[in-house]
Design a protein around this ligand. Structure first.
Ligand code: 13P
Length: 254
């Protein structure tokens, strides 16, 4: 049985005052969620103060990226050890915005995943196809490739979550239908089984991301291979994020 996992990706949003307000709202709604793991992934500059805001709650802190070198002359970069020291439990690696806006390659992402796990961080590894790739029937080929490049047998699967985020559904208000999400999640799990064996594949969480909202979360999370969500826009509103967390709680044991 997999515990559903809901993570909020703040992306490049919130100043300190807005972030504190959002955390206050979240604490009031779901300080100690049961039957679901919850994380908020903030911009780097907010990690330390938001870690303090989360003290006494069961909500964990995450970052949205890291560099693969442990230290050195890498102006503007942040190491995995620095994230750990700032209080992070999680780090998102391979988000489509990192791949498509910043040109991160499979080779770089592999190094980042290894560095993050070596620092003791739990990696949320994102995969997903572009609209034109889906339209050309290439969804499975693309996610398979993104998995093969990074998900090698040497990784620590106890520090791994997969997030399937179809790029055409991110920030567009277009959500994959539950059937579309389930089909890709089942494919991903079958591929994970090929790499790690069926016991591990059945224990790994696969989140869905892409316009998850309070109104569609329950239906998506009820799919057998959808184990919660990676939430962008809706996680910036405490009540909406809390409603999505509750939908995941209700999906537990499905
Ligand atoms: P939206 O929920 O805003 O579509 O963003 C999804 C996402 O990219 C989460 O990482």
């Amino acid at each position: 049985m997999r515990t559903p996992f809901v993570a909020g990706n703040w992306k490049m949003h919130n100043d300190l005052a807005a972030a504190r307000d959002l955390m206050k709202g979240l604490r009031a709604e779901v300080a100690k969620p049961t039957g679901v793991d919850v994380a908020v992934c903030t911009p780097f500059t907010l990690l330390y103060p938001m870690g303090k805001e989360l003290d006494g709650t069961d909500i964990k802190l995450g970052a949205q990226n890291c560099y693969f070198e442990p230290k050195g002359a890498f102006t503007g970069e942040i190491s995995a050890d620095m994230l750990k020291a700032a209080g992070c439990t999680y780090v998102i690696i391979g988000h489509s915005e990192r791949r498509h806006v910043f040109g991160e390659t499979g080779e770089m992402l592999k190094k980042k995943v290894v560095a993050a796990q070596q620092a003791g961080l739990h990696v949320i590894y994102c995969i997903g196809e572009l609209l034109e790739e889906r339209e050309r029937g290439k969804t499975e080929t693309v996610v398979d490739q993104q998995m093969k490049e990074v998900l090698t047998p040497d990784l620590d699967t106890s520090l791994l979550t997969i997030a399937y985020e179809p790029v055409w559904a991110i920030g567009t208000g277009k959500t994959a239908t539950p059937d579309q999400a389930q089909a890709v999640h089942a494919f991903v799990r079958a591929k994970l089984s090929g790499i790690y064996g069926s016991d591990v594949a059945n224990s790994l969480r696969i989140q869905y991301g892409g316009s998850v909202k309070p109104g569609n979360a329950a239906e998506l999370f009820s799919c057998p291979d959808v184990d919660g969500g990676l939430v962008g826009g809706a996680c910036l509103v405490a009540g909406d994020f809390a409603a999505i967390i509750r939908a995941a709680q209700q999906s537990a044991g499905k």
